[in-house]
Design a protein around this ligand. Structure first.
Ligand code: NAD
Length: 297
């Protein structure tokens, strides 16, 4: 049966997600500040709304896919809460700071509106293909309502815990990813300087205890391991600027609870240095060029 879904934020990720909901027969009322993004969503089967408030009027479900915490706070506080029926379920799929996620969820709860945070793992290709992984924070009851809708856009929907736990799981996971990518890149650079053939080192380490997802599923060297952005001049994939964003969120969250994250902090500084050299648009595995000294801005 067809659901009425208000969808706000139709960028690189949201565009494909909204298109998948429309393709599966749902009534998607879409809004984005960018007319271009909105036009693309309409071409993919969504209905254009004139504002975020209009998109959520009468909605059974609301999905937001916005850049950062400040956008999420402002869209919910200024547009959604005043227009959405109290019976709707709100799902914020953006990657934002844990504090903003908990604040917006608490504001929804105070108005008697159900809400979950549901950030995603998987990039633009997974958003387009409907193969994202959702990490969901909220009550068991709200998770049960969110799960079938999120499943229309993903291959896995996981309940991480209470409000904000989806964001916590997302940034902590990506902190591991950032740190292991840096470790893998500096290891390949060192291996080469020590005279090891990169393919031979890969064959050894990928079957030994140096193995990680960064090495075996996303090898940062061209021609070594599976197909990865390294084989495409580090274009596409997961932008270094987005990795930097997630590392900053992780370090900020760690400071908020007094956790010590020296490896996450080191990864943040290296991605910041890479971004300062103009690398933020490259895939995050391109950090190998900073570590092996070959980077030319
Ligand atoms: P994007 O910048 O392409 O899209 C964001 C969209 O939100 C833009 O189209 C923008 O116009 C719109 N927007 C901003 N403020 C708005 C407002 N007040 N009202 C309506 N629309 C507004 O970003 P993206 O790559 O789609 O990422 C979205 C979120 O997903 C981010 O939080 C990002 O960290 C996260 N994420 C991205 C990726 C990725 O690979 N791109 C992967 C996982 C998670």
């Amino acid at each position: 049966n067809m659901a009425r879904i208000g969808f706000i934020g139709l960028g690189n990720m949201g565009g494909g997600m909204a298109a998948n909901l429309a393709a599966k027969g749902h009534d998607v009322r879409a809004f984005d500040l960018s007319k271009e993004a909105l036009d693309r969503a309409v071409a993919a089967g969504c209905k254009a709304a004139a504002s975020a408030a209009e998109a959520v009027t009468d909605a059974e479900f609301v999905v937001t896919m916005l850049p950062a915490g400040q956008h999420v706070r402002s869209v919910y506080e200024n547009e959604v809460f005043g227009s959405v029926p109290a019976s709707a379920l709100l799902m914020d799929c953006s990657t934002i700071d844990v504090a903003s996620a908990r604040a917006v969820n608490a504001a929804a709860a105070a108005k008697g509106i159900a809400m979950v945070d549901a950030p995603v793992s998987g990039g633009i290709a997974a958003a387009n293909a409907g193969t994202l992984t959702f990490m969901v924070g909220g009550s068991a009851e709200h998770f049960a309502r969110a799960e079938p809708v999120l499943a229309l856009m993903g291959k896995a929907v996981i309940h991480a815990g209470g409000a904000g736990s989806g964001q916590a799981a997302k940034i902590v996971n990506n902190m591991i990813l950032g740190a292991t990518m840096v470790a893998t890149c500096e290891a390949f650079a060192l291996a080469q300087k020590l005279g090891l053939d990169p393919q031979t080192f890969f064959d050894i380490s990928s079957k030994a205890s140096g193995q990680s997802w960064s090495m075996t599923s996303y090898c940062p060297l061209p021609g070594v391991g599976p197909q990865s952005p390294a084989d495409n001049n580090y274009d596409g994939g997961f932008a270094a600027g987005l990795m930097l964003k997630d590392l900053k969120l992780a370090v900020e969250a760690a400071q908020g609870v007094g956790a010590s994250v020296p490896m996450g902090g080191a990864a943040e500084h290296l991605y910041q240095a890479f971004a300062n050299l103009g690398g933020e648009g490259k895939d995050f595995s391109a950090i190998i060029k900073l570590l092996d000294g070959s980077y030319r801005p």
